[in-house]
Design a protein around this ligand. Sequence first.
Ligand SMILES: *Cc1c(COP(=O)(O)O)cnc(C)c1O
Length: 364
Amino acid sequence: MASLLVDKKKKHNFSAGPAILPASVLKEAAQAVENFNGIGLSILEMSHRSADYVAVVEEAVQLTKELLGLDDNYEVLFLTGGASSQFFMAAMNFLNEDETACYVDTGAWSTKAIKEAKLFGNVNVLASSKDSNFSNVPKNYTVPADAKYLHLTSNNTIFGTQQHWWPETDVPFVCDMSSDIFSRPIDVKRFGMIYAGAQKNLGPAGTTLVIIRKDMLGKVARTIPTMLDYNTHIKKGSMFNTPPAYPIYVCMLTMRWLKAQGGVAAMAKHNEKKAALIYNEIDANPLFNGAAAKEDRSLMNVTFTMPNDDLVAPFLDLCTEAGCVGVKGHRSVGGFRASIYNAMPMESVQMLVGLMQDFAKKNG
Ligand SMILES: *Cc1c(COP(=O)(O)O)cnc(C)c1O
């Protein structure tokens, strides 16, 4: 009986994605499955063209603009196909065959983006940290002025590195922000496009937030299939076909929550405090090592290893016992990864840090 009760207790969710969402959002989202807005229908069974649902998409777009400070030069879309579809859609919509786009290779996701872009034009990989297993973000490169765009991955979910500075260039950024969207303020003018799979820091799996500056569009000669053309979705306000109605709704709720927390600036302060707590412990605790270069450490995905491999499994057992789930590192880094996205409360980070301290006392 006792173990049943323990299992039912809410876990400390350090999963990299799909990932933790605010408790209040989950509650409201659950309610909407039974009865949306008190109208006597589940949100899962209503027309996406109904006034009640159209209002959801409009609010999601409006909140995105508000939270990021986007002006009318930007279009906001909620698409399907994951961030992975944006790897090819971006190149397909922005890059002519005889033109060159620049990419910085900072991890597994950027490597995939590079592969897809090569199908549509010239790809110039300006820098890569592959030789050091992507433990840092390359900095010494210049962006050719005639590049169509510069593709960056703002946060490398697997390796635990993050872009904490932005290259000096007038070339617009096309940026994969899947794992740190809305985690901090950005100088949005520099971005020609931003995309983010919702399931890391925004909502459930099933939709991808795509933000496009209008001047990026209408410049390619190729014929683009209707569903893969950004203009199709812009013209129809993400409603060309049936949108992922429920995921968009939960994203909207999360953005309402974000706004109530004080927006991305307040969120950044909270994220900095959470990350400092765990990185300070990693640096002080002799049993753990940070996996990423200090200056490039991610505030979202904290990767760390152990000098003594024999202690990895016992520490994971301790985490499991304490209800800390999702702490096992990605196979390409090993060790541990604690994903501490916007919705992760300070108490859960304190819990994990407490376990690291206890473990060191017993095994140090
Ligand atoms: C998870 C992730 C992706 C892939 O997202 P999908 O929605 O599964 O296609 C791409 N980029 C980054 C940075 C990610 O973290």
